[in-house]
Write a protein that binds this ligand. Structure first.
Ligand SMILES: Nc1ncnc2c1ncn2[C@@H]1O[C@H](COP(=O)(O)OP(=O)(O)OP(=O)(O)O)[C@@H](O)[C@H]1O
Length: 270
């Protein structure tokens, strides 16, 4: 497995997300198999892998929505299994798919979520306005969620994840269903939050990794097979060299192999 110096540096007390020896089984299938990594503030880690590799299962365990069979998850040093409420207060989680409560409006849902986090009054109003502005939701604030387009519904869920301005974000395919402009906006938001936040983001889009990630973790068959940087990933496919057209093509080939979104087979992982 590729591990860079940068990764080893991250395995310190400054870690905002620390995953150690994480295992999850569903019946006979081991969905997540001894996965370990750590992220600090300033890290945006792209989480790659083919369908069924274990990305969502790992993210659900980090967010405290699924109990691991073994191993440990800490958010800012807080054990997610032992102290889920404290850990979740520091974490924003964007699950796959659309938000529940389709009969509510974005404004009502965010208000409900603020109350659930113990925030009310002027502080809630401020947090909701900030989250709506960051996700450009104002124009649909009072429209029922189940009447919104997929892109808007995705942004409502994202607004909920960043509502309390958490120092840790776990985003499961945040730009899925968005049009190119909306994708750019969400990536700009991630860039704006990066300095103060540790962000884990699953994606099937190479341009997303290139645009926002300074780290890349690759999972296949439940096991972490690379924990590196986008540049190292490119080098693994292209050898050292400039990011010229040939490098780009090879990076695309490596990416296709790692994510299963392409014709190349999954063997020979870097
Ligand atoms: N609740 C569950 N019960 C049984 N099996 C499950 C459950 N959740 C996930 N799995 C299985 O665990 C494995 C990992 O699934 P997971 O959803 O974590 O993959 P993924 O990498 O997120 O895939 P995708 O890119 O398609 O979202 C798959 O084989 C999946 O079928």
């Amino acid at each position: 497995m590729i591990r860079t110096d940068r990764t080893l540096t991250a395995l310190t007390d400054r870690a905002m997300i620390r995953v150690s020896g994480l295992i999850k089984r569903f019946g006979a299938r081991t969905a997540v198999d001894d996965v370990s990594f750590a992220l600090e503030r300033g890290d945006v880690m792209g989480f790659l892998g083919p369908n069924g590799a274990g990305k969502t299962t790992t993210m659900r365990m980090i967010a405290g929505f699924l109990a691991p069979d073994a191993g440990r998850v800490e958010v800012a040093g807080i054990d997610v299994v032992r102290a889920p409420r404290q850990a979740q207060a520091l974490l924003g989680y964007l699950p796959e798919g659309a938000p529940a409560y389709g009969e509510m409006t974005p404004a009502a849902l965010l208000s409900f979520q603020a109350r659930a986090r113990g925030v009310s009054g002027a502080a809630a109003g401020f947090a909701i306005a900030r989250a709506m502005a960051r996700t450009a939701l104002e124009e649909v604030a009072e429209q029922r969620i189940d009447t919104l387009s997929k892109g808007f519904r995705r942004r409502v869920a994202l607004a909920g994840a960043i509502l309390h301005d958490p120092p840790v974000l776990v985003l499961d395919e945040p730009t899925d269903g968005l049009d190119p402009n909306q994708k750019r906006e969400v990536r700009a938001l991630i860039g704006a939050l990066q300095a103060e936040t540790a962000i884990l983001i699953s994606t099937h889009a190479l341009e997303e990794v290139e645009a926002v990630c300074n780290r890349v973790a690759v999972i296949a068959g439940g096991q972490l097979v690379a924990d590196t940087t986008p540049a190292m990933l490119a080098a693994a496919g292209a050898g050292p060299g400039a990011r010229d057209a040939r490098t780009r093509t090879r990076l695309e080939a490596v990416f296709a192999r790692l994510t299963g979104h392409g014709s190349a087979p999954m063997r020979d992982l870097p």
